[in-house]
Design a protein around this ligand. Sequence first.
Ligand SMILES: Cc1cc2nc3c(=O)[nH]c(=O)nc-3n(C[C@H](O)[C@H](O)[C@H](O)COP(=O)(O)OP(=O)(O)OC[C@H]3O[C@@H](n4cnc5c(N)ncnc54)[C@H](O)[C@@H]3O)c2cc1C
Length: 591
Amino acid sequence: MNLGQPAFVAAPLTPDHALATQWLSQFGAALAQLDKPGIRALFDADCHWRDLFAFTWSITPSEGVDNIANLILIKQACVKARDFKLAEGRQGPRRLKRIGVDVLEILFQFETDIGHCYGVLRLLASDPSKAFQLLTSLNELTGFEEQTGKRRPTGAAYSRNFGGTNWQDQRLESQAYNDREPTVLIVGGGQSGLSVAASLVLLGVDTLLIDKYPRIGDSWRKRYHSLALHNITDLNNLPHLPFPPHWPSYLPKDMLGNWLEVYAQTMEINNWTNTELGSATYDESEARWTAVLRNNDGTERTVRPRHLIFANGLVGKPSIPDLPGLKDFKGEVMHTSAFTSGAAWSGKKALVLGTGTSAHDVAQDLHSNGADTTIIQRGSTTVVSIDPSLHLTYALYDGITIDDGDLLSSINTLPVAKRNFKQVSVRMVDLDRKLIDGLIARGFKWDQGEDDTGYQLKIRTRYGGYYLNAGCSDLIVSGDIGLLQFDQIERFAPEGALMKDGSIKPADLLIMGTGYVPQEVVVKELLGTEIAEKVGPVWGIAPDGEMNNMWRRTSQEGLWFVGGSFTNCRIYSRYVAMQIKAIEEGLIPRS
Ligand SMILES: Cc1cc2nc3c(=O)[nH]c(=O)nc-3n(C[C@H](O)[C@H](O)[C@H](O)COP(=O)(O)OP(=O)(O)OC[C@H]3O[C@@H](n4cnc5c(N)ncnc54)[C@H](O)[C@@H]3O)c2cc1C
């Protein structure tokens, strides 16, 4: 993966360039003439289109020749897409296999009445006149481009402002919100909130971000001592500002926490820490929220933003089940989110309930610190080793810039994504065969996900139910970490777990790796039942195959949800910012 600028070496035109250009010009001509047969003729029967705000002002998947032709022509009447050509300065056409299909893959650019757009086209290698997949994606709003590079501010407002305010004075004044209301309030200063905030700043949208923790980055700093990210550094870059190139392959949590703080400062993000959203109500007539913010010192302040973005962590609020006999247990009970280190538990006995990523990591940390550790499994779990199996998911980014990789990775609609997950999962299982057999032999309930799609679909459906193995599975296989099944336990007793055979599994500590309550529960608490019911589920797969309420307008005017992996944040934060900018500039309605 190349994080630098692509080399602008004029490549000789190849027959593939000619094929790509021919398809694009026919597509442009058919769109211009609203020629449905012309559009239909350009797609294979097995065809898939995903639009990211270029034609539909939403994230819109579409399948099949008729659906695609109908929808694209309806939208074309408004957006007037034109000037289709190969993307300048980006990856040229390549022949490769995607999702088991031999394709000619093309990155292209085009214009609409709204903005500058990019797209990806996968033509069938066997018949390059037909498209298998199409992505269309808004890149910038015309007239409201990000203020970067040649558009950077002059700095005249504060540089060499003799006798006046300097940059620091103006930043402090801007952050104080003494004389104005923020246009956008972002709740949560983790990677999701920060990446949207940075994108809004670059579009000149007045944005205040709050976090209940004392320092930006604490969401990572407060996690357990041994934590390092599970996928590689390049894939975890935030938008606009990549990590320093000498940073390690897997980032430790404090390094990442510090980076988030630097990011907030460098991207000039107005933020209030020690500040929690208490509640918010929406005034439809004024199209503004009234949000009550509570400082840790006990004071309150009300702000009236037009947009409220929930970036509070899809996995932010611990779920602690009421287990039989738990109140009798004399040892310590702690959720994984409260666990910091196993150092204090050396020589003690620990039970870890759950087999997700955090539960496994905590069990490994306890074991490494000398605790006699047993993991308790409730449901079956997908296990994938971070090396080499997880590397299969990075292949899309091999040899290209991260921007090109992000564009390519945005193309799959759910049916195609499922095909892809299944093919990748089969290869992962091959690579992990020995580990998986060892786990099963120990009595671990392992699964390959719905219809063998592996862990990747589980991320979308439930954000859990899998472990990316950083060594804990090997310790279970070797017996260094014990394994119990939850259904072997009758109830908890003062000394530990009372087993159905009458024996006691003694414990000093019970860690609850039992996950988190869904976002809709948090929404209900903070915004009330009416809004929570209007909006419905957040995350999980929506009826159209996209993620419920994520990154696009919701049925509650002015309410947005962001979250997910670093890759999700990097890719989707800019679309959220562009939608809000477009609403504020009157280009699209608020809902
Ligand atoms: C062991 C482990 C390894 C992981 N490895 C990776 C990886 O390699 N790559 C990857 O992409 N992801 C990884 N993840 C997933 C990652 O943690 C989450 O995706 C990420 O934390 C989500 O970021 P976020 O900004 O949405 O939420 P969070 O990081 O949870 O941040 C939410 C913020 O909102 C604040 N907040 C919540 N409620 C309020 C309120 N009412 N008022 C004010 N502030 C509030 C919180 O204080 C917090 O700072 C890993 C997770 C774990 C546990």
